[in-house]
Design a protein around this ligand. Sequence first.
Ligand code: ADP
Ligand code: 5GP
Length: 204
Amino acid sequence: MHKGSIIVVSGPSGAGKGTVISRLLTQCRDIFFSVSVTTRGMRPGEVEGVHYHFISEREYDEILSADAFLETAEVHGCHYGTPAVPVLNAVGNGHDALLDIDVQGASQVMARCPEAVTVFLMPPSLQELEKRLRGRNTETEEKVLKRLSNARREVLEASRYQYVIVNDQLDDAVEQLKAVILASRHRTQTNRDQLNQIISTFQA
Ligand code: ADP
Ligand code: 5GP
């Protein structure tokens, strides 16, 4: 059995990461979604353990001290982190693990797991991003402005990612992410054992 891949998806707040990923997960049941911890408050409609593990700053400090994060960052004024064990277990068991994390966390994963697949989900424009962020109706005006100002910086990081998907039409973006994941399963490095086993039958 080959190992799964870590699939990192980043993009500015409001780009549609959550929407694209939740569509994808309903279609691809074998993909493991990494549920992050966060110290931000729960939004209406969010479910503990599904969207995030909502924790206090004290609990966050404990996880940090135990060195149990694969990556962690302060984003828009709150702490977020990816618990390492569930991701490493999923990948070890042959499942691809999808991480919805910001550009700082993605840099940490790129350094620590160079074989990770990295995807930047880009909104079609700043105007459309603002429209989506406001349309979602989950943030205060102050938080909308902070997220938009952070977006100006975050989009400059897109070229550090292996793939970029422009989330214009939702269905297209979901198909494109599925295509990236499918392609990653056929990377030579992911299939080295199987490849060597087949080649050995030619050498006998
Ligand atoms: P993120 O997780 O990146 O912060 P969301 O998934 O919450 O973004 O999406 C932000 C808003 O944009 C939501 O209201 C969502 O329904 C909407 N949205 C997502 N993708 C599209 C799209 N392709 N076209 C139009 N609206 C979209
Ligand atoms: P939101 O508060 O809108 O759910 O997420 C805000 C930002 O935090 C998004 O860019 C999202 O990708 C990022 N994020 C969510 N979970 C994590 C995580 O575990 N680590 C890091 N570094 N960023 C995260």
